[in-house]
Design a protein. Structure first.
Length: 262
């Protein structure tokens, strides 16, 4: 296993998962502030990365600042970004969004209709404001042959009270009810989520590192890119899960607090 002293040597960009890595719900995870301070002292560029599409970038900036972490919208990378870019590329502006108002606001700012009665796509995000009307409407659209795009595929979202159903669980519901699966799933582990950032900084693969709490999204994304991955056990993945892995992360730590030293 790679040592702590060597893993950040020659790194240029650190991609940090948020839910389960930096915080759980409204609780900051131990050691987070010290770790971020250490990154700044080393002059490393870092970005906050999340599949959680229930919030907008502005919401995330506000949440991080509330937890005592300064951030800007440019430092936030969300699964929602990929969906919006995809729709722009297709010149599509009519959708039916199953998502929170914060998520819808990002689409509205991009001049994309979110409640069309004749949508080109159904968009499924992590909807913490979900109701049966939305489920029914989306299911009927699916049965009419309108394709679905999903912001990500996480089965659960870690919280301080325990894991709660996420987009992956809702995809299973729609598949059982309609027999339909999404045309495309965005967010982690798709490496295209980070491609534009990597190109902007002209960074080589060995200059990148991803830190997160999930094997099937965070670690899989690192594997797709070919960069180092650090697993934190402060979120979804538990120690007993590690024996099932074909390959191990570069480092495994309890939380971000174990990743810095004077």
């Amino acid at each position: 296993m790679t040592s702590l002293a060597s893993i950040f040597r020659n790194k240029k960009i650190v991609f940090l998962d948020m839910d389960g890595t930096i915080y759980l719900g409204e609780k900051l995870i131990q050691g987070t502030k010290g770790f971020l301070s250490a990154l700044r002292k080393k002059g490393l560029k870092y970005y906050y990365l999340s599949n959680n599409s229930s919030r907008s970038k502005t919401d995330y900036v506000s949440k991080l600042k509330h937890l005592g972490i300064p951030a800007s919208t440019e430092e936030i990378i969300l699964s929602t970004d990929g969906v919006i870019d995809f729709l722009r590329g297709r010149k599509t502006d009519k959708t039916y969004v199953v998502g929170t108002q914060s998520m819808k606001d990002m689409f509205i700012q991009a001049e994309i209709e979110v409640d069309s009665q004749n949508p080109t796509y159904i968009i499924l995000g992590f909807d913490t404001e979900l109701n049966y009307r939305k489920i029914k409407t989306a299911a009927l659209f699916l049965q009419r042959g309108i394709p679905m795009l999903a912001t990500h595929k996480d089965l659960v979202c870690p919280t301080q009270d325990g894991p709660i159903p996420d987009v992956g669980a809702m995809l299973a519901l729609f598949e059982k009810a309609t027999g339909k699966t999404p045309e495309k799933i965005f967010g982690k582990p798709n490496k295209e989520m980070l491609d534009y950032i990597i190109k902007r900084h002209e960074a080589a693969v060995d200059e990148l590192i991803i830190i997160g709490d999930r094997i099937y999204t965070d670690m899989e994304m690192a594997n797709q890119i070919g960069c180092d991955f650090i697993l934190v056990l402060s979120g979804e993945t538990k120690k007993e899960d590690l024996s099932k892995l074909k390959s191990q992360p570069a480092l495994i730590v309890e939380n971000l607090g174990q990743l810095y030293s004077d």
